[in-house]
Write a protein that binds this ligand. Sequence first.
Ligand SMILES: NC(=O)C1=CN([C@@H]2O[C@H](COP(=O)(O)OP(=O)(O)OC[C@H]3O[C@@H](n4cnc5c(N)ncnc54)[C@H](O)[C@@H]3O)[C@@H](O)[C@H]2O)C=CC1
Ligand SMILES: CC(C)CC(=O)C(=O)O
Ligand SMILES: [Mg+2]
Length: 367
Amino acid sequence: MKIAVLPGDGIGTEIVAEAVRVLNVLDLPFEMEEAKVGGAAYEAHGHPLPESTLALAKAADAILFGAVGDWKYDTLERRLRPEQAILGLRKELGLFANFRPALCYEQLTHASSLKPELVAGLDILIIRELTGDIYFGQPRGRRIATDGHFPGAEEAFDTMRYSRPEIERIAHVAFQAARKRSKKVTSVDKANVLETFQFWKDVVTEVHKEYPDVELEHMYVDNAAMQLVRAPKKFDVVFTGNMFGDILSDEAAMLTGSIGMLPSASLNAQNQGLYEPSHGSAPDIAGKGIANPLATILSAAMMLRFSLQQPEAADRIESAVRAVLSAGLRTADIWSDGTQKVSTREMGDAVVAAITGKTIITKTTKS
Ligand SMILES: NC(=O)C1=CN([C@@H]2O[C@H](COP(=O)(O)OP(=O)(O)OC[C@H]3O[C@@H](n4cnc5c(N)ncnc54)[C@H](O)[C@@H]3O)[C@@H](O)[C@H]2O)C=CC1
Ligand SMILES: CC(C)CC(=O)C(=O)O
Ligand SMILES: [Mg+2]
């Protein structure tokens, strides 16, 4: 089982180190190889996604990814910016299906910014199309406007587009995922304004005919953003395009307590996958040792289940995460009165201890 390990930038290196330690105690025949990506790769090789990193990712059974980006690269020309590495990997590997499960662990009900009763027991799955939409559409650029409100002025433009096969294949993923859950899909669009999303809605409605056992509702994205914080438990599978999914998944993260709790899997048609937390490189807390590694550790569990056919090992990781939360350990982002604040490393130590059957060290057990 070959795993490409791409930590990236900022907290990426800190959180991936913990996920790798967790994988290492599972006693499975992993072959892990690490490579630079994002700003780190730009510094070392002059490009955020060097050929060698891409080749490693392509040859691997699965990829464990941290995060890329830092404010200091924001003035680079776009093709050299760290974010192009993750976009490039998604495109080059055809990782069109992004799964972002948002689970509110019972121990974290009070860590959410919403009232506990709104999030207790929350278990929704965001399915986001990942290789199309305005993030990849061409043409894009800057030019002098020849029409519009200010002819002759500088302007910038991007292209939102989806083809029928792109929508069909991700719709099948969403309906099939819903079949394994509560059999309800909410397709989120902006069909009232955008032609791309009227087409999305039409195609999703057609594909739905093959899944009569699954309930389909359509919702405009502005309403979906509101309903997610009004009554999130009414959703089961939230299914949407690349940009809306990006935004709604960060919103959903807060239902679970923190963006540091939201794992993700990005799969291609061959079930090869890239596994990463849903958050970014968090330059504001990088190097402080306080980032929450659980989203990355839970992404490693998804990797074991989705790409490496090791469901029992995935269960072991997920049970260990529950155990450390039950023991009261919290990184700063999910800390509340009465719980014990721990560092990134200590959280990793605790998950490792829980997996290996050792006592999870808390302040209470120490004294
Ligand atoms: N897949 C990727 O590699 C992504 C990269 N980015 C990049 O990351 C950089 C920072 O972007 P932001 O908009 O600030 O988003 P971000 O997700 O990195 O951070 C947003 C906020 O959440 C906090 N946060 C994120 N992860 C955390 C964790 N594990 N534990 C505790 N707190 C955590 C941060 O401290 C920050 O306050 C940018 O360069 C951006 O382009 C952003 C999203 C995804
Ligand atoms: C850096 C972006 C391309 C990625 C992002 O925000 C995401 O996938 O959630
Ligand atoms: Mg995002």
